[in-house]
Design a protein around this ligand. Structure first.
Ligand code: DX5
Ligand code: ZN
Length: 216
């Protein structure tokens, strides 16, 4: 079954606990976008807010670090309650070491790739991670359009992962809507992240239910 991870980036930050409560019965994970104003142009959430969300929900947190030098903050985000802790390959010259560092905290390590970053970057660490995140927009903002060439990349990665046991999750993030979620799932995604399609909808819970029907 494909999992759905609402991204709180598109929630009302002034009422975060209520926003989380609206969809929590339907969410498999909450996706939390951490941005530093360096790796990406935007600045968002730190460990304190991750901890605040963690205290308000039992749903596991899927923390997406879009930051330079992620190794400096791994233990803080793990302690804040991250179940999955994902770093970007583009900012990790010692990716294998960084993955081990996440593993040592007890969180599940993930690696993210920007749309233009080759799958070869993660070839040698596929069996070290619990999740690979393929960005389907250039990271930094919610509400962007899905970049079509990423569908082929999802298919290619899904083919490689098929032979693995245990098999890491293949998460796709950016521009996923009710209209295209089925195609993304059919390409091989196992976790769909959606921000504006869920928190921008008049009824966020109903939006998750609709998305689930599409990918069932
Ligand atoms: C973008 C973030 C995404 C964002 C997705 O940089 O990584 O998680 O919340 O938002 P939508 O679903 O609106 O594209
Ligand atoms: Zn994200």
């Amino acid at each position: 079954m494909v999992k759905i991870a609402p991204s709180v980036l598109s929630a009302d930050f002034g009422a975060l606990a209520e926003e989380v409560a609206k969809v929590e019965a339907e969410a498999d994970l909450f996706h939390v976008d951490v941005m530093d104003g360096h790796f990406v142009p935007n600045i968002t959430i730190g460990p304190l807010v991750v901890q605040a969300i963690h205290r308000r929900t039992r749903v596991p947190l899927d923390v997406h670090l879009m930051i330079q030098n992620p190794e400096r903050y791994i233990s803080a985000f793990a302690q804040a309650g991250a179940r999955y802790l994902t770093v970007h390959a583009e900012v990790c010259p010692h990716l294998h070491r960084t993955i081990q560092q996440v593993r040592e905290t007890g969180a599940k390590p993930g690696v993210a790739l920007n749309p233009s970053t080759s799958l070869h970057t993660v070839e040698h660490v596929l069996d070290q991670v619990d999740l690979i995140l393929l960005m389907s927009v250039n990271p930094g903002f919610g509400g962007q359009s899905f970049i079509p060439f990423v569908l082929k990349k999802i298919e290619e990665l899904a083919r490689r992962l098929q032979r693995m046991d245990p098999r890491p999750e293949l998460e796709v993030d950016g521009g996923i809507k009710i209209e295209n979620c089925r195609a993304v799932a059919q390409a091989g995604a196992t976790i769909l992240v959606a921000g504006s399609a869920i928190f921008g909808a008049p009824d966020p819970r109903a939006a998750v239910v609709k998305m689930r029907e599409q990918v069932a």
